[in-house]
Design a protein around this ligand. Structure first.
Ligand code: HXC
Length: 263
């Protein structure tokens, strides 16, 4: 597998799950431009792989990611922000078709929280902390936080988090509010194993059906209910062109496990 500067990538679960670890633990996995390029390249590679069915994203050390790299941003000017691929290239995470599970082991602050929000499932470790401290730096969330957080935790809480910069959600509260799906008790290793296990279950499903399901759910973000239901209808219909759909239903009737061929 490819060597990266700021991340580690491996395949687990018999090669069906891609595991990406942000690997700048000395700076709490601050999201530098190099890290962004590494991460997006790795995600695109896993998305294109025949074997991989789902992806787990986590951080080495005590943070998931403590935000954009403040040392790198400090001397930027308005032209370089508007002309460079940073931060808009982060949105390429949204183009990944396979599910991404964020295993949030510690700080997910600023851009770190926003990257987690771009993932499809967030599992929170006991030490997870979610927050948007950008206002304290004289700036605002710039990787989707002003748009996505409000949909997960509601306007009042999103406003308090963003405007004070210091209202952080711990793992329990993040789950109560629907930001994370659940807290995984135990160590970081327990969290990552649980995330891999969830990803493994996803990877056992029909790959095309998984990709279609992710696209259908995400259309709820982009469009009205009526339009979303139209898309669901079309995508549901499309699954009837899959060999896997036929196999899944036949296996149920024949009381056996389905053998998906991912076609
Ligand atoms: C660069 C960072 C960093 C960051 C931490 N470090 N966060 N470096 N960018 N975002 C570095 C510290 O400078 C320090 O380096 C080392 O990591 C360890 O951090 P400490 O502060 O010593 O750790 P601790 O006391 O445990 O405090 C943890 C923390 C704090 C509460 C998470 O590090 C913190 O507040 N970090 C910044 C969080 C933040 O403001 N994020 C938003 C960034 S802006 P040294 O060299 O001193 O050892 C953003 C905008 C996104 O995300 C929009 C798109 C552009």
């Amino acid at each position: 597998s490819k060597k990266y500067r700021c991340i580690e990538v491996s395949a687990v679960e018999q090669g069906t799950v891609g595991l990406i670890s942000l690997n700048r633990p000395d700076v709490l996995n601050a999201l530098s431009e190099d890290l962004m390029h590494d991460l997006i390249d790795a995600l695109q590679g896993l998305d294109a792989s025949q074997e991989i069915g789902a992806i787990v994203l986590t951080g080495k050390g005590k943070a998931f990611a403590a935000g954009a790299d403040i040392k790198e941003l400090k001397d930027k000017d308005i032209v370089s922000i508007f002309m460079s691929p940073f931060p808009s290239k982060w949105n390429d995470i949204m183009k990944i078709k396979k599910p991404i599970i964020a295993a949030v082991n510690g700080y997910a602050l600023g851009g770190g929280c926003e990257v987690a929000l771009m993932c499809d499932i967030i599992l929170a470790g006991e030490k997870a902390v979610f927050g948007q401290p950008e206002l304290k730096l004289g700036t605002i969330p710039g990787m989707g936080g002003t748009q996505r957080l409000i949909r997960e935790v509601g306007k009042s809480r999103a406003m308090e988090m963003i405007l004070t910069g210091s209202y952080f959600l711990d793992a329990q509260e993040a789950c109560q509010r629907g930001l994370a799906s659940r807290v995984v008790a135990g160590s970081n290793a327990d969290l990552i194993n649980e995330a891999i296990s969830v990803a493994g279950k996803i990877a056992k499903q029909s790959r095309p059906a998984v990709i279609i399901a992710k696209a259908a759910v995400n259309s709820a973000y982009e469009t009205s209910l009526q339009e979303g239901l139209k898309q669901e209808k079309a995508l549901f219909g499309a699954t009837f062109a899959l060999a896997d759909r036929k196999e899944g239903m036949s296996a149920f009737i024949e009381k056996r496990e389905p053998q998906f061929v991912h076609k």
